[in-house]
Design a protein around this ligand. Structure first.
Ligand code: NAP
Length: 454
């Protein structure tokens, strides 16, 4: 480290604000406290009272082992140099100018909270929504918990896209309430799914099985469902010998094996079927007289030389009353922070915000919505390495603000601390335990704020 690192001392540490307490935010804080060259103090902000972002509100409720990553996150949040300031929204409760005045550096790690559209007629109909909204609803996100969903008159669902999110929403729809009981799915969603009329779930890939984005472990789960069988069109998973020999990716190879294996599964008398369809694109969502989804018109595709999907002009109608588009998340701009509309990310070079003032970014809002939770660890570490490089080169200089001055700014605001969250966490898990469930999520913001330490 150069002389410039001495600009920060244990008495006057490098003060960093991290915006967002999902995986990329917490991993950023972890990287900052794990290095020994520069003394640091990290404040992690979240607009919600609860930490962990997509781990709490994105990861499927029946994938509890993935959620156990919060054990590692707790270590970071329990560190004396780290503070959690929940229920503080960037741009509303604290502006960018205020952040820049009080912190030496700001790391934006807000993820990608919106979704992409299909751009086909009928997308505005009732019963057409994004998988993002559906996931937020069943995971009890306060923004989505009040959504009035009734699945009792839904027998067919089309899920557009063949990534892991598409598999998550399809699996939740295909599982029975008994199977979901051991998950931490929100109570309101469990009640609705218990009365679900769903019989057919169609998972639609616009290209072939070799181009699908899902991973094998997630695909395999469809062969293990209690009340749902799997249906495939053999011609849609047909792969030539040459194509098969050219598969370089082990996941793709394994996916193909699993899909082929589905065809040999023992036929069971079960009420639900998950249909994997490939080489089909949604063309139009059709509505009834009340403006509700009644069917999805799809067009069959062929693959072009370059590997993209091309319509054949042959159409088919799927009788569905719910269409979930699961074609990728999209980042949302933060007030005043340079944004690249095309990629839906904060404009940045390797994590340094383009034209920023000692501002950095990590995770999905830096590189786009791809990769698993662990991918964000390396991504955050790369950003923090750049930040420390800027400290070392003297580009990143101390500012005048202090924690005290900041406390004055937030004096009238109900900041939710990490200790408050621990209280809510205890409440949710004890309520869950009474019902034999891992957790009973509190889903209303107002109610969350009533659970505080002492
Ligand atoms: P994704 O993996 O990028 O998949 C998006 C899918 O949408 C692709 O199949 C894509 O097909 C399709 N698509 C895009 N535009 C389309 C259109 N106009 N019409 C039809 N299909 C279209 O995104 P994701 O599923 O949202 O997942 C985001 C990230 O989170 C991924 O990295 C995923 O692995 C991760 N994740 C992981 C887990 C887990 O580990 N269990 C769970 C959930 C999410 P093309 O390939 O043809 O573009």
């Amino acid at each position: 480290m150069s002389q410039d690192s001495a600009a920060f001392t244990p008495e006057r540490p490098l003060r960093v604000a991290v915006i967002g307490s999902g995986p990329s935010g917490i991993y950023s804080a972890e990287s900052l406290i794990k290095q020994a060259d520069v003394p640091v103090e990290v404040d992690i902000y979240d607009r919600l009272p609860t930490p962990y972002g997509l781990v709490r509100y994105g990861v499927a409720p029946d994938h509890l082992t993935i959620k156990s990553v919060t054990k590692a996150f707790e270590k970071t949040l329990n560190d004396d140099r780290v503070r959690f300031l929940g229920n503080v929204e960037f741009g509303r409760d604290l502006t960018r100018e205020q952040m820049l005045a009080h912190y030496d550096a700001v790391i934006y790690a807000v993820g990608a909270s919106s979704d992409r559209h299909l751009g086909i007629p009928g997308e505005e109909l009732e019963g057409s929504l994004s998988a993002t909204e559906f996931v937020a609803w069943y995971n009890g996100h306060p923004d989505a918990a009040t959504r009035d969903l009734d699945l009792s008159r839904v027998s067919g669902v089309a899920v557009v896209g063949v990534g892991n999110v598409a598999l998550d929403v399809s699996r939740i729809l295909a599982k029975t309430a008994a199977e979901l009981h051991s998950s931490d799915i929100a109570g309101h969603a469990l009640n609705v799914l218990e009365r679900s009329g769903v019989k057919d779930v169609y998972i639609l890939g616009r290209r072939g099985p070799l181009q699908a984005k899902f991973t094998t472990k997630e695909l395999r789960e469809f062969g293990e469902l209690e009340a749902a069988g799997v249906d495939l069109h053999p011609e849609e998973i047909q792969v030539s010998e040459a194509e098969e020999a050219a598969i370089g990716d082990n996941v793709v190879k394994k996916n193909l094996e699993v899909l082929r294996g589905f065809q040999t599964l023992e036929q069971r008398d079960v009420p639900r079927t998950v249909h994997f369809r490939f080489l089909v694109s949604p063309a139009e969502i059709l509505g009834d007289e009340q403006g509700r989804v009644r069917a999805l018109r799809i067009q069959k595709n062929r693959l072009t030389e370059s590997g993209s999907a091309e319509g054949t002009g042959e159409f088919e109608e799927l009788p569905v009353q719910l269409v979930l588009r699961s074609v990728g998340y999209r980042g949302v701009p933060l007030p005043g922070v340079p944004f690249d509309e095309k990629s839906g990310t904060i404009a940045n070079q390797g994590g340094r915000v383009t034209g920023g003032q000692q501002e950095y970014t990590a995770g999905w809002i830096k590189r786009g919505p791809s990769g698993v939770i662990g991918t964000n660890r390396k991504c955050a570490a790369d950003t923090v390495a750049l930040l420390l490089q800027d400290v070392s080169s003297g580009v990143l200089t101390p500012r005048t603000g202090s924690r005290e001055a900041l406390a004055d700014l937030l004096a009238q605001h109900p900041v939710y601390t990490y200790e408050d969250w621990q209280e809510l966490d205890r409440y949710e898990t004890s309520l869950g335990a009474e019902a034999g469930r891992p957790r009973h999520k509190v889903v209303q913001l107002e109610e969350m704020l009533t659970h505080r330490r002492g």
